[in-house]
Design a protein around this ligand. Structure first.
Ligand code: NAP
Length: 268
């Protein structure tokens, strides 16, 4: 990596998660990160904050511009970013296609469209990324370094951008599905008579432990599920409900993932 600055535009839930990951991973480097966000005012070491793009230093030449505003907010800010069109743009904005950036920043502009998730804050994002034909090998390597600093990266073929909506529905958004399931498990535990603190502890530690086991064991989710399911046992009684062909959890998840994919397409 060089030490040219990074510009991050929008630093809410996801921008903060990425910034935390970068600060953690890049702390030994002297690369400056310039952050534009209405709600951030305090500078920290190499992080310089501005409330508006108009406040950025005149002589700023970022090597990479990370776009992390809401899809509804990008139209307002993109005209003021045209002056950075020699940089490589890295968008994490759901739904916005590579063609959107070509239309606003010029056909020559290098753009990577990506979809991280909030575990980025602890270096555990899984990020999918697709680039346009203007991204050089060096720029791709730099983006890859930044995305690897917040977790794992899965590059998809340049001609497979259409997959991004479905990928967002099973990674970017899916963090919320798992947390909702955890919340529901805690509430159900209380409904069947557990003290709330006990229910919360059991639900959360089972979730964290299951993820750690999956990570460490090298076994598939199916193998790990079967290892806790004995014939005529307690777990099987629950799984027979969850795994019903009609009205089971898979059917419900499928409906949710389709709804998220459709919404991602609408945002483009
Ligand atoms: N959240 C996730 O888990 C997740 C995962 C993957 C991808 N994404 C994508 O990440 C993007 C950001 O999502 P988010 O949840 O982080 O949104 P967010 O919390 O609303 O963060 C965006 C931030 O940018 C600020 N902002 C917007 N326009 C600005 C401008 N012109 N000047 C200064 N500040 C500005 C917003 O301020 P105001 O609130 O005042 O507008 C807000 O603080 C979205 O496009 C989303 O699709 C999110």
């Amino acid at each position: 990596m060089t030490n040219a600055p990074i510009l991050l535009v929008g630093c809410g839930n996801m921008g903060k998660a990425m910034l935390a990951g970068w600060t953690f991973a890049l702390q030994s480097l002297s690369r400056e990160i310039h952050v534009v966000d209405r709600h951030l005012k305090e500078n920290h070491q190499n992080i310089k904050c501005y409330v508006s793009v108009d406040d950025l230093p005149e002589d700023l030449i970022p090597e990479i511009v990370v776009l992390a505003v809401k899809p509804q907010g990008i139209d307002a800010v993109i005209p003021s970013l045209e002056k950075y069109k020699d940089a490589c743009f890295l968008s994490i904005i759901a739904g916005k296609k590579l063609s959107y950036y070509a239309a606003h920043l010029g056909r020559e502009c290098a753009v990577v469209r990506s979809m991280p998730n909030t575990p980025a804050a602890v270096g555990k994002s899984i990020t999918t990324a697709v680039k346009n034909e203007n991204v050089s090998d060096d720029q791709k390597a730099l983006v890859d370094d930044l995305l690897c600093a917040i977790g794992k990266v899965c590059w998809i073929n340049d001609d497979a951008e259409d997959m991004m909506d479905a990928l967002s529905a099973v990674s970017g958004s899916a963090v919320a599905y798992y947390f909702f399931m955890l919340q529901a498990m805690t509430e159900i535990g209380v409904e069947i008579g557990l003290p709330e603190d006990v229910s919360k502890l059991l639900a959360e530690e089972t979730f964290v432990g299951s993820a750690a086991l999956l990570n460490a064991s090298g076994k598939s989710p199916q193998e790990l599920r079967e290892a806790v399911t004995s014939k005529k046992g307690v777990t099987l009684a629950a799984l027979e409900v969850l795994m019903k062909d009609s009205g089971g959890l898979k059917e419900l998840l499928k409906e949710a993932v389709h709804a998220a994919t459709k919404r991602s397409k609408e945002l483009s």
